[in-house]
Ligand binder design. Sequence first.
Ligand SMILES: *[C@@H]1O[C@H](CO)[C@@H](O)[C@H](O)[C@H]1NC(C)=O
Ligand SMILES: *[C@@H]1O[C@H](CO)[C@@H](O)[C@H](O)[C@H]1NC(C)=O
Ligand SMILES: *[C@@H]1O[C@H](CO)[C@@H](O)[C@H](O)[C@H]1NC(C)=O
Ligand SMILES: *[C@@H]1O[C@H](CO)[C@@H](O)[C@H](O)[C@H]1NC(C)=O
Length: 780
Amino acid sequence: MHMPANTLLPHYLFPILFLLVVSWPAGHADHHNHRHRHPFACDPSNAAVKDLPFCKVKLPIAERVRDLLSRLTLKEKVGLLVDNATAVPRLGMLGYEWWSEALHGVSNVGPGTRFGGDFPGATAFPQVITTAASFNASLWEEIGRVVSDEARAMYNGGMAGLTYWSPNVNIFRDPRWGRGQETPGEDPIVAGEYAARYVRGLQGNLPGDRLKVAACCKHYTAYDLDNWSGVDRFHFNAKVSKQEMKDTFEVPFRECVMQGKVASVMCSYNQVNGIPTCADPRLLRDTIRGAWGLNGYIVSDCDSVGVLFDNQHYTATPEEAAADAIKAGLDLDCGPFLGIHTQGALDGGLLKEIDVDSALVNTLTVEMRLGMFDGSGDDVFGKLGPRDVCTRSNQELALDAARQGIVLLKNHGPSLPLSQRRHRSVAVIGPNSDVTVTMIGNYAGIACGYTTPLQGIGRYTRTIHHRGCSNVNCKNAHLFGDAITAARQADATVLVMGLDQSIEAEFKDRDGLLLPGYQQELVTKVAASSKGPTILVVMSGGPVDVSFAEHDPKVTSILWVGYPGQAGGTAIADVLFGTHNPGGKLPMTWYKQEYLSKVPMTTMDMRSNEATGYPGRTYRFYKGPLLVYPFGHGFSYTNFIHTLATAPAIFTVPVDGRHKNTTTNNAIRVTHAKCAGLSLGLQVDVKNAGSKDGSHTLLVYSTPPVGHWGPHKQLVAFAKVHVPARTQLRVPINIHVCKFLSVVDRSGVRRIPMGQHSLHIGDIKHLLSIQSTPLGVIKS
Ligand SMILES: *[C@@H]1O[C@H](CO)[C@@H](O)[C@H](O)[C@H]1NC(C)=O
Ligand SMILES: *[C@@H]1O[C@H](CO)[C@@H](O)[C@H](O)[C@H]1NC(C)=O
Ligand SMILES: *[C@@H]1O[C@H](CO)[C@@H](O)[C@H](O)[C@H]1NC(C)=O
Ligand SMILES: *[C@@H]1O[C@H](CO)[C@@H](O)[C@H](O)[C@H]1NC(C)=O
């Protein structure tokens, strides 16, 4: 039945619709004089609201939130519990879509952001696993700063939100995980530092409580399985011991909240020990908000409140699901579930209005901190517009990040770098040799533009291009002939192989770690017939078992480039021809395929178990031989030598005298130590003994005294330093003793083991004796 449209519209909507129409950016036409979006709330031209207390910029935010809350009806409140938050025209508030994404550039994965008009694209940085491989924390923060400039510009133009559900800081626990690419890798300390730095970059690190954009660390917690062997994330119950939870899974989230001061955390789809994370008050209310002091909001994964009812049948009714989630500490639902079922939960007495209010205090506070209730939009970020997106310097940073993230896995001869003089022609082979969107991985947007590997190499030398396989699945050998012929003729051969989102993605974990289809055969055959050096370039998020190439003398060099972003082809060529000296290191272990047979993806244990033959996970706990490349592996074109300049042999941990002696196994509780400012200082000399300038990643590991529940080795500090050829640099390293020299006991208590710890830097080993002051000596 057809009805005249306006008979359905309530009259109060008319002014709003009118305003929307006239104030939406005119777009294409006035590029240099772009208009701002209409204020979200507290429009200075709206006489009815502009002087209400919640609009008064000078009042404290808590007071403004209280005032606004006191004016909302219950129905209006319920409409604000979902990502597609309804408008409150009565109070001059527009609708707001909370869901935007900015994992490694402004993305259009969430409905809050779209491209077009004045904003055809945004800078597409490398996928996170690649950027992590740089081990350069200031780069991580700088990328966050640039991404949030572009996000603010798009918000001003009416194309994006201010609440970004990034980064993903789950531990890359299993090499098969389809979303491992989105994460900073397998080490909790690297992931924690990445989280804090990227979040600070995004949120602007502003004085007071202000936010440039609001970031979100996800997915809390123990979520790192998408769909494996009949188990999917909507039904997965992760069984996690207290020890593993504290020692591994919660570390990046703790750092994100406490160091990064993130404005949001997202709970995950899966259950942990039988309770859906989004309905677990111990995780949300007690840990994130209580123990870590989140100043921000907790959001569900998309439809995860629906999932805990519909898929997991965790509650008998949808109203109970709504009540459980809100009472557990959830503040916002991605999806419609709370909008539909919260009223019923209130009517049925499962929930009180005050529970809804405490959720809204958290979301409204973040909106106020973002300036959404400040009216005009003339704040410091109000001037950002289309000309601040895809700028030359932003795109240069994307290129720099790609260069810094490339890892040189093998360099026999050495065959790299190539030279323009000697390698006048290069055969460029492989299904990823001329790709664009493959280079930006998932949770991406629309890039400003691309340089493919073929184009990048073509800037240095003449190329002969044959894919060899029509795509990464490489189902047959039909196209091998031309590729082999090209390799026979050219002075050097570059094979760009690997994976893409058809192999590893959200919803899709891998079954194995080998190159798909006939890729391995293509590499071997091409290498066998190459006239010159053969370089294998692996483009992938997760690790690949390339042992065949590591052992093949005809494959002279191997590079891992991750998903290197929009400028990936330039970065690859710069490394191949030596205009950039590679300094990336693997942020995750590369296992051999056989490793998988002993490791069900559903087993969350990080620690090995001799009784069951379970080998353990990651460099921290796996000691077996089934490795292709270890965590932290990566060569340079130069040669760095370390020496320890200064390091204490004894370190004394002051113990707070108020506590009675609860030392167990000669390890003191971290909560009993005086941790503030307690750091161990070392100085390491890094000498560049080669003839090329280069950046070096200094990795400092520690092994705790034996018998102390700990990993056999743990990264405790890292630093990225640039060292010109034939020079030496003294690098100060500070190790946070309570955080990083501690281990977690079986009951989940973090303790500092007394006795001999050993620190390792490259080949150097330094023994450090840790002792504590006797109880009672320190006065409280
Ligand atoms: C958001 O809500 C508006 C109105 O309340 C509706 O028209 C729109 O379809 C919703 N969008 C989504 C993505 O659900
Ligand atoms: C770290 O990244 C920044 C870019 O933000 C760059 O300027 C710096 O040179 C990098 N550090 C090293 C040692 O490569
Ligand atoms: C998981 O994978 C199976 C088979 O590969 C597929 O049938 C199923 O729909 C997938 N489930 C989800 C939730 O993606
Ligand atoms: C605590 O008690 C244990 C065992 O009784 C003892 O060995 C240890 O030295 C005491 N620790 C301190 C810091 O006094």
